[in-house]
Design a protein around this ligand. Structure first.
Ligand code: CAA
Length: 257
């Protein structure tokens, strides 16, 4: 049983993971990152789970790396930090991951949200990379993922000043897909998860992979990947089922084959 997370399956196909270190605004200590990466590994291996929704509390999605824990690590400790392996496992997660963000998403918390495929945020959410205020810099992908999400100018401003941005600006900049009232954020994320969970699993998997390719490859290679993935799906039973269901004016019943 994890100590720092609550894990539920609120409906078939959807795993809900809630960060739970309220005493530290869900600061991401090593234990939490280890439990989260193990939980995602479990969800990946469980064929019944189609989508994972990750959330925090009303006040904080996560307020960053655990500064008190970080203070105990010197250079060598950081070189051999097991946290890097946990982050890599989180980054490798192979199913759709939706972050429902209320309140603070700072430092490692913002970086964690950016590991998600989709971010839904409450109107009072704050996204920031305040590491510069501590004499350090983002270390869990923040510089790379933030720049890709919001562009150079805003990413530079956020990382070099340490000042956070609100949910509306985050949405305009492309970091966040939707902004909701605080009490509706999780419900909206679950609704999106439900929509995705209804689709043909192989189509979701390959479409997601193709979109992620666009983050780190040139256009020609990305288009080649898309063409191969599209062709592969033509050989699936679910594609036949999707088309037949459309013709017969009924909902499709996908098998993941
Ligand atoms: N690590 C450890 N503890 C934290 C924490 C963090 N990142 N953020 C908050 N807490 C703790 C506070 O120390 C406090 O605990 P105590 O009551 O025991 O003192 C408790 O959570 C509540 O926090 P505050 O009293 O500070 O709450 P607030 O509402 O006044 O302020 C806040 C909220 C603005 C988010 C403020 O807590 C804050 O600035 N936190 C730090 C944010 C930050 O700098 N994050 C980046 C960390 S570095 C990083 O993330 C590196 C990386 O990616 C690799």
């Amino acid at each position: 049983m994890p100590h720092t997370l609550a894990v539920q399956t609120p409906e078939p196909g959807i795993r809900l993971v809630t960060l739970q270190r309220p005493q530290a605004l869900n600061a991401l200590n090593t234990e939490l990152l280890g439990e989260l990466s193990a939980e995602l590994d479990g969800a990946e291996q469980d064929e019944a789970i189609r989508v994972v929704v990750l959330t925090g509390s009303r006040k904080a999605f996560a307020a960053g790396a655990d500064i008190k824990e970080m203070a105990e690590r010197d250079l060598v400790g950081i070189l051999d930090d097991p946290r890097q392996q946990h982050w890599q496992r989180i980054a490798r997660f192979g199913k759709p991951l939706i972050a429902a963000v209320n309140g603070y998403a700072l430092g490692g918390g913002c970086e964690l949200a950016m590991h998600a495929d989709i971010i839904v945020a409450s109107e009072d959410a704050l996204f920031g990379q305040p590491e510069i205020n501590l004499g350090i810099m983002p270390g869990a992908g923040g510089t790379q993922r933030l720049l890709r999400a919001v562009g150079k100018s805003l990413a530079m401003q956020m990382v070099l000043t340490g000042e956070p941005i609100g949910a509306r600006l985050a949405q305009q900049a492309g970091l966040v897909s939707e902004v909701t009232q605080p009490e509706l954020t999780l419900e909206r994320a679950l609704q999106i998860a439900r929509r995705i969970a209804e689709k043909a699993p192989l189509a979701v998997r390959l479409a997601r992979e193709a979109l992620l390719k666009a983050m780190d490859t040139d256009l020609a290679s990305g288009l080649r990947f898309e063409r191969h993935a599209f062709t592969l799906l033509a050989g699936t039973r679910d594609r036949d089922e999707g088309i037949r269901a459309f013709m017969e004016k009924r909902p499709p019943e996908y098998q993941g084959r």
